[in-house]
Design a binder for this molecule. Sequence first.
Ligand SMILES: Nc1ncnc2c1ncn2[C@@H]1O[C@H](COP(=O)(O)OP(=O)(O)OP(=O)(O)O)[C@@H](O)[C@H]1O
Length: 592
Amino acid sequence: MHYGSAYEDEIVGKAYDRGLMLRFIRYVHPYRWLALAALVLLPLSAAARLAQPLVLKAAIDDHIVTGRLEGLPLVAAGFLLLIVAESLITFLEVWLLQYLGQRVMLDLRLELFAHVQRLPVSFFDRTATGGLVTRLTSDVEVLGEMFAAGIITVVGDILFLAGIVGVMLWLNPPLSLITFSVLPLLVWVAFTFRIRMRKAFREVRARLANLNTFLAETIGGMSVIQLFNRQAGERAEFSRLNGSYRDANLPVITWDASLYALVETLSSVAVGLIIWYGGGEVLRGALTFGALVAFIQYIEKFFGPIRDLSAKYSIMQGAMAALERIFGLLDTAPDHDAGVSGPAVSAGAPPIETIRFRNVWFAYQEDDYVLRGIDLTIRRGETVALVGETGGGKTTVTRLLSRFYDVNRGDILFNGDDVRSIPLSELRRRIGVVLQDPYLFTGTVGFNIHLGDERARARMDDAARLVGADRFIRLLPGGYDEQVRERGSNLSAGERQLISFARAVAFDPEILVLDEATASIDTESERLIQDGLAALMAGRTSIVVAHRLSTVQGADRIVVIHRGEKVEEGTHGELLAQGGIYARLYQLQFRD
Ligand SMILES: Nc1ncnc2c1ncn2[C@@H]1O[C@H](COP(=O)(O)OP(=O)(O)OP(=O)(O)O)[C@@H](O)[C@H]1O
């Protein structure tokens, strides 16, 4: 498809927005010399293209028609030179523009990535991952396309077209006017067909998105599909989506083919007009034969840029829409001090003696309170277990502690100071979080423990030994260098847990926040994990969302969170004696 940009569908607005462009120019600024070089080349290549038919005219009128052969080789050599010059300049021009585009895209992607890393967790609750990935890839790519075919080349095209009009008028005004009579029709065809195509293209993109979503889901859930013998059903659905995608493509193809056929026809009509009227002029002696040939050449060179102008217009619209989305993302406020790698905790920082939740209220969404007036004090070295029925708000308590979210009302105090007064990077160095579903990265087992941090790397072996992860790691063919596949799919759930424990120990946090896995694990792994957990918590202030009896029993204090409120607090024995919610939970959940 000619210039059938994959992003035309999302186009709604202007092809040129001054504000967006001015902001974008800042990204081009470091490479302004490249841009300038490309700009200087534009009129040069246009001139080389423009001069060719004139040289041809000279060859015909001054030499071929008059039969004067001397000098003809010189003219031919000049013609050749122009062609070589045009191709060299065009090469440089295209190369420079694309190179410039690549540099700018690289910078922009880096900036976007760095920005996304600093966004608060709540942002990711509201934003689909797919959309974000699109911002960083396709949207940035559209800007590259703008460099390749957009604004700068449009300027070159316009220069070239104006040049052709000027030369034609200079050669023969009446013939020029007659030739240009097809122009309005040409412009009309180019733009109406392009608009039709764009509408059809929007449908194509929508259906492609459906197809992609379906594929991502089915591939992700392949084991479920196979277990439940859903292959035939899924195939039928895929076939339907696939067919609908093909059907949407048909009108695009039709419009595209028609556009090209019509432009070709119009170009032939123009040539016909030149031969019909121009031929008469030649016979009447008002036009030289060479000029007639030059006219035909010019008109052929004229049609291409006009036809593509409408496509370039679409590309510019797409680029403006992409810029708007990219800048929109960049304008999303980051966590105020969420540096990617913050300063190390100053060695002399006093230890955290108390953590206090004081009348904490929190809602993920407007007024839909998930925590209501939580009061809780945790002292240094204590292990506090949070228990309660599912959805009660236990995990939310731990999220507030590491400031993934901020409280709506009340406050969280570390040694009496508001948690918001501690730089995020420092807070997160002091708190180690082990999530229920440990996230493993593609890389080695070793990397998944130290995550590239030098001090953690030095402690890696000890950490793995301490939590008992070394036993299985040593049995892996590659040991610490064994590759972890996508999210750790080549490791068992227990092994993944142990790696995440080792990670926490290697970073040696003062406070440990642990969301215990609910998934049941075989008894052997269970024992390993219990030992690992005990090692992990030893000597640290620990807050554990507890799902296991042994953790609950081993805790210094148990806090029962029920529908967002703290309803009971005490030791295992005390709470059992109370005969309240904990006692009931114990009967139902922990007993077995
Ligand atoms: N990111 C979020 N956006 C909106 N609501 C959320 C979000 N995370 C949790 N919730 C809601 O907040 C409530 C408390 O969730 P939370 O995860 O804290 O419960 P929990 O006690 O840890 O549950 P579980 O024992 O199942 O892990 C639930 O009703 C849940 O639906």
